[in-house]
Ligand binder design. Structure first.
Ligand SMILES: NC(=O)C1=CN([C@@H]2O[C@H](COP(=O)(O)OP(=O)(O)OC[C@H]3O[C@@H](n4cnc5c(N)ncnc54)[C@H](OP(=O)(O)O)[C@@H]3O)[C@@H](O)[C@H]2O)[C@@H](O)CC1
Ligand SMILES: Nc1ncnc2c1ncn2[C@@H]1O[C@H](COP(=O)(O)OP(=O)(O)O)[C@@H](O)[C@H]1O
Ligand SMILES: [K+]
Length: 502
C-alpha cells in the first residue's frame, strides 16, 4: 500500500472529486459516516460524547459525525472552536444541518473560560485539526488540547490527533498535541503514526476506507509504502515439481561464538525453515557439537579458532552469506569480516556484531557489496550512522546511508523500516511486542539469508523476510500470547506463516 504526505492526500481528495465525480460535501459525509459507524460499534452508548470541532474540514467531519451519532440517540454535545472568523465551505453546511436536526447541544469555545470540564467517563471525539495543520498549536487551541488530555476521558481522534503533523514533528510543541486512545484515519495511515515516539499521541489506529479514487492513488508518486499481505503473497514463488535441493541454493551462515552459540542455532533453524536447499553454518570449534546436535539438517564449517570467527572459508560454493548474530567483536573477528567484505560476496546479510564491527571501522563502508542487506536495530543504526533527534530524522539518515553505499537497510522495530538504494521506503505491518525478546533478530537474519540463497532478489528477500518474521510472531502470539513468546516460537510458526501467504 502506498503511503502519502498530508499534502499529497489533499491532492488525492481533489482528484477523487474530479474523477468519480463526487462533491466535497459528499466525500465528507462518506468519511464521517465511517467514523460514526466505528464509534457506534465500539463505545458504550450510555457515555456522554463531547465532540470538538475546529475551523477546517476536520471540524466539518466532527459536525457531521455528531449528527450521525444523534441519529442513533447517542448523547452528544458539540464544542466548536471560534477564532472570531466565519466558518467557510463544507463545515458551514454541516453546522446548518446540525442546527436543523436540533438533537445535539451546540456550544462555542471563544475563550479559555468557555472550555468545558470533561468527566472521566466521557468520550471525546477530536475534530479540532486534521491534515491541514500548518504550525504547532498555541493559544486557545493549545489550551483546549491540554484540557482534553488532562480529563482522563477516552479520546478518539478523527484522521490524526489534533496538533500532530503527518510527517515531521521535529519542531512541534509536544505539549500541544492530543493524546488519543484511538485514531481513526482516512484511507492511509500517516507516516508519523509509524514512529514509536508518536504512539503516545496516536494510540491504537484504524484505517477507514473512504473510497478515494484508485486512479488518483495510482497517479500520485511516493517513495513510501506499507507492506500488505497481498503484496508479499504476490512475491512468493511456488516450488516446482521437479525441483531438488540444488534449486533452492546453498546458504552460508557465519554466526555464534563461545557463549553465544544460541544465535547461530536460531539463525540456522530459521534459515532452514525458510525453504533453503542447503545450509552450512560456520562456527568456532567450541560450537561444533552444539550446532550438530541442535540443527542436524545443517552442515558445518569449522573455524580454526576455538572461540570466535577468525577465518573466512572458501565462499565460492555459496549462493548467499549471512553474518553477524552472536559473533562478538574480537580483533581476529574484525579482520575476518574485513576479509569477507574484500572477497565481495554478491549476496550478503549483515546483522548484530558484524554491524557493530563495521561502525567501529567506518572506512570499511565502501567495501560493502552493492545490495548488501543490513539489519540494525535502532541502537545499532545509531552506531552506524550517528544519533538522530527522532525517527523522522533517523529515516532521512537511513535513506542517505542506503543511497550512498547502495545497500538495503532494515531498521528494526514495531514497524521495521526498510530503505532501498533507489530511495524507496517500506514500513512493516506485521509483528507484536511479544517479539521484543532476545534472539528475534537472529531469526530474521536466518529468514532473509534463506530467501536470498533461493535466488530471491535482495529487495524481495528483505521485504518477504521482514513481513514473514512478523507474521510468524503474530501467529505465535495468538497461540501462546505475547508474554511467553520466545524467538524459537517464531521459527516454529514460520511454516504456518508461509501457508497463509501461498
Ligand atoms: N483526507 C480525505 O480524504 C478527507 C479529509 N477530510 C478531512 O479534512 C481534513 C483536512 O481538512 P483541512 O484541509 O480543512 O484542514 P484542517 O486540519 O481541518 O485544519 C485547517 C484549518 O485549521 C487552521 N489551522 C491550521 N493550523 C492551525 C494552527 N496551528 N492554529 C490554528 N489554526 C490552524 C487553518 O486555518 P488557516 O491557518 O489556514 O487560516 C484551517 O482553518 C482531514 O484531516 C479530514 O479530517 C474529510 O472531510 C473528507 C475526506
Ligand atoms: N514491539 C514490537 N513489535 C513488532 N516487532 C518487534 C517489536 N519489538 C521487536 N520486534 C522485532 O523483533 C526483532 C528484534 O531484533 P533485535 O533487536 O535484533 O533482537 P536480538 O538482537 O535479540 O535478536 C526485530 O525484527 C523487530 O522488528
Ligand atoms: K483531529
Amino acid at each position: 500500500m502506498k503511503l502519502f504526505t498530508c499534502k499529497q492526500i489533499a491532492g488525492i481528495d481533489q482528484l477523487t472529486m474530479k474523477l468519480e465525480p463526487v462533491l466535497s460535501i459528499d466525500l465528507m459525509e462518506r468519511a464521517s459516516f465511517q467514523i460514526a459507524d466505528w464509534v457506534i460499534k465500539n463505545i458504550n452508548h450510555d457515555w456522554q460524547i463531547y465532540l470538538f470541532a475546529g475551523p477546517g474540514n476536520n471540524g466539518g467531519d466532527a459536525l457531521a459525525v455528531a449528527r450521525m451519532l444523534a441519529w442513533s440517540n447517542l448523547k452528544c454535545t458539540v464544542y466548536r472552536i471560534d477564532f472570531g472568523r466565519e466558518l467557510k465551505g463544507d463545515p458551514v453546511i454541516n453546522w446548518q444541518r446540525l442546527e436543523e436536526q436540533n438533537q445535539v447541544i451546540l456550544r462555542k469555545i471563544d475563550s479559555e473560560d468557555s472550555i468545558p470540564e470533561i468527566p472521566v467517563d466521557a468520550i471525546v471525539i477530536d475534530g479540532l485539526f486534521g491534515s491541514g495543520l500548518n504550525k504547532p498549536l498555541d493559544g486557545l487551541a493549545k489550551e483546549i488540547v491540554k484540557q482534553i488530555n488532562r480529563s482522563g476521558a477516552t479520546i478518539i481522534s478523527i484522521d490524526i490527533p489534533s496538533g500532530l503533523f503527518g510527517e515531521d514533528n521535529s519542531k512541534n510543541d509536544l505539549s500541544a498535541i492530543i493524546k488519543a486512545d484511538h485514531t481513526l484515519t482516512f484511507q492511509f495511515p500517516k507516516l508519523s503514526f509509524l514512529f514509536p515516539e508518536n504512539c503516545e499521541f496516536v494510540g491504537d489506529w484504524t484505517v477507514l476506507p473512504i473510497g478515494l479514487h484508485p486512479n488518483a492513488i495510482e497517479q500520485t508518486e511516493t517513495p513510501y509504502h506499507f507492506l500488505t499481505k497481498k503484496f508479499i503473497s504476490g512475491k512468493i514463488k511456488p516450488r516446482e515439481k521437479f525441483s531438488h535441493k540444488g534449486t533452492f541454493g546453498h546458504a552460508l551462515l557465519i554466526a555464534g561464538s563461545y557463549g553465544k552459540m544460541g544465535a547461530s542455532v536460531l539463525a540456522s533453524q530459521a534459515c532452514l525453515r525458510s525453504g533453503v536447499g542447503l545450509l552450512t553454518s560456520h562456527v568456532p570449534q567450541s560450537g561444533y557439537e552444539i550446532i550438530q546436535n541442535s540443527v542436524p539438517e545443517a552442515m558445518t564449517s569449522i573455524d580454526p579458532s576455538e572461540t570466535v570467527f577468525s577465518e573466512v572459508p572458501d565462499i565460492s560454493r555459496y549462493s548467499a552469506i549471512g553474518i553477524g548474530p552472536g559473533l562478538d567483536k574480537k580483533q581476529e573477528t574484525q579482520q575476518a569480516l574485513k576479509a569477507l567484505l574484500q572477497a565481495k560476496p554478491s549476496k550478503l546479510v549483515i546483522d548484530a556484531d558484524a554491524l557493530n564491527i563495521l561502525s567501529e571501522n567506518q572506512d570499511w563502508y565502501d567495501l560493502l557489496p552493492e545490495n548488501a542487506i543490513l539489519t540494525p536495530h535502532p541502537k545499532e543504526f545509531e552506531r552506524l550512522a550517528g544519533a538522530s533527534f527522532n525517527s523522522f530524522e533517523r529515516l532521512q539518515k537511513q535513506l542517505q546511508f542506503s543511497a550512498k553505499y547502495k545497500v538495503i537497510v532494515v531498521c528494526k522495530g514495531a514497524h521495521s523500516c526498510i530503505t532501498l538504494p533507489d530511495g524507496k521506503v517500506f514500513f512493516n505491518s506485521t509483528g507484536n511486542p511479544g517479539m521484543a525478546t532476545g534472539g528475534s533478530g537472529d531469526v530474521l537474519t536466518g529468514i532473509i539469508l534463506g530467501l536470498l540463497a533461493q535466488n530471491y532478489s535482495a529487495e524481495d528477500a528483505t521485504l518477504i523476510g521482514v513481513y514473514l518474521h512478523g507474521m510468524a510472531g503474530d501467529l505465535a502470539a495468538t497461540e501462546i500470547g505475547e508474554y511467553s513468546l520466545i524467538a524459537g516460537d517464531l521459527i516454529s510458526h514460520l511454516g504456518k506463516a508461509f501457508l497463509q501467504l501461498e
